[in-house]
Design a protein around this ligand. Structure first.
Ligand SMILES: [Zn+2]
Ligand SMILES: [Zn+2]
Length: 98
């Protein structure tokens, strides 16, 4: 198994916001998941599940800072472009993939 979270590849720009999320099929994909593009909410869910699995195995994964609600100001006006995630309300930006 590859080191969790390291070297996650960006979601190709041609998919971002154009193809439905692989997990829920409702929101447009914005960020790379383990099996395909995910919307921001599903991306956060997958990272949480990954943290739980890693904790159960005594391992560690990087904290996730890309969630459907901004961690800095609690705004839901957030967006992502395949490798960056940002909040339109407070200008919080994080890089989530290579
Ligand atoms: Zn989704
Ligand atoms: Zn914010």
């Amino acid at each position: 198994m590859a080191a969790a979270g390291s070297g996650r590849r960006r979601l190709e720009a041609r998919f971002v916001g154009r193809v439905p999320c692989e997990a829920c099929g409702r929101a447009p994909m914005k960020l790379p998941g383990d099996l395909g593009g995910l919307c921001i909410a599903c991306y956060a869910g997958e990272r949480q599940a990954e943290s739980r699995r890693a904790a159960g195995a005594g391992g560690f994964v990087p904290a996730n800072f890309a969630t459907a609600t901004c961690l800095a100001c609690a705004s839901t006006d957030v967006d992502a472009n395949g490798y960056l995630y940002w909040c339109n309300a407070c200008r919080y930006v994080v890089r989530v993939a290579q």
